[in-house]
Design a protein around this ligand. Structure first.
Ligand code: CP
Length: 336
């Protein structure tokens, strides 16, 4: 695809060459993300960071990525702090905000809302998560992490064995990741969830059409015995009608160190898009895994900055200028 000026709304936009291009640029961003160098390539540019639903990682890492490229960030968080609460339409909001920004990231609780917003925007829009639909930049950083982690262990994405665990019905990160994986060959996917929270049928069919081996189950322990990646997810309480309904499923699939030791291969990488629900009745990924070297969740979150820097550089067409606007850093860098 031609990234220049493009919206990023769904992983359906990408082919395998696009993924390679994004990952190659993300690799180039490492010295900047690690604060070994500074670039001002986007000096003067403005990111509109519009988050109408709770977020820590996506909102802050998009903002950091833009700042690390030298640009400035203007933010709105929550409906109550925007004129949407006064009945303004997405169309009007998009027309106005795109006059203030060079690129916009948006999260919204309704599926399709970011695409609707983008159709009225005068600048490129990146989908930071639209309801249960998609979270394309998360899928990119997940795949980037999978690539880094499995390549370090001598494997590739073709032929990957992955278990996705938890709320597969409402979890937009796994929806986007499944679609993205269909660009690869011979992938073995095990989908572990309660029957009521299974992966949408259309996505399972899409994977089977690509000759994936897809197993649907509600048994955690046998599902993680022969996988490269165990990808855990949270019960998406905010998508249920009530807390009581979410409580029916919370805490059903808990991965902890003893279950890992008993069942997983020694190299199995543990991922989670985060946030993990650390409350006692949920705890889908126990903190006793924190010292496990195969727990990749914080490396995964760090990779979000690299991938988001790559997206901005490609969309705003500055990839070849990043290093020309670079200098070394001159401040104390703790632990680096
Ligand atoms: N993974 C993710 O989307 O996290 P946030 O909800 O904190 O942005």
């Amino acid at each position: 695809m031609d990234f220049r000026g493009s919206h990023i709304l769904s992983v359906d936009q990408f082919d395998r060459d696009d993924i390679e291009r994004i990952f190659t640029v993300a690799d180039k961003m490492e010295p900047y993300a690690q604060r070994k160098k500074v670039t001002r390539v986007l000096d003067g540019a403005i990111l509109g960071n519009m988050f109408f639903e709770a977020s820590t990682r996506t909102r802050v890492s998009f903002g950091c990525a833009f700042n690390l490229l030298g640009g400035a960030v203007r933010e709105t968080t929550g409906f109550e702090h925007s004129a949407l609460a006064k009945g303004e339409s997405l169309y009007d909001t998009a027309r106005v905000l795109s006059g203030y920004s060079d690129v916009i990231c948006m999260r919204h609780p309704q599926s399709g809302s970011v695409a609707e917003f983008a159709s009225a925007s005068r600048v490129p829009v990146i989908n930071g998560g639209d309801g249960i639909n998609e979270h394309p930049s998360q899928a990119l950083l997940d795949l980037y992490t999978i690539r880094k982690e499995v390549v370090a262990k001598g494997r590739g994405i073709d032929g990957l064995r992955i278990a996705m665990i938890g709320d597969l019905k409402y979890g937009r990160t796994v929806h986007s990741l499944c679609k993205l994986l269909t660009l690869f060959k011979g992938v073995h996917v095990t989908l572990v969830s309660p029957a009521e929270l299974e992966m949408p049928y259309g996505l399972v069919e899409q994977m089977r059409e690509r000759d994936f081996s897809v197993t649907v189950t509600d048994k955690l322990e046998e599902s993680i015995r022969h996988v490269d990646i165990a990808y855990s997810t949270r019960i998406q309480e905010e998508r249920f009608g009530s807390k009581a309904e979410a409580d029916l499923y919370r805490g059903k699939f808990r991965l902890n160190q003893s279950i890992y030791t008993e069942n997983c291969e020694p190299n199995t990488v543990i991922m989670h898009p985060l946030p993990r629900d650390s409350r006692a009745d949920a705890n889908e990924l126990d903190s006793d895994l924190n010292e496990n070297p195969n727990l990749a969740i914080f490396r995964q979150a760090d990779n979000g900055v690299l991938v988001r820097m790559a997206l901005f550089s490609l969309i705003l067409d500055v990839v070849d200028q990043v290093d020309k606007h670079a200098r070394d850093v001159n401040w104390y860098r703790h632990g680096r």
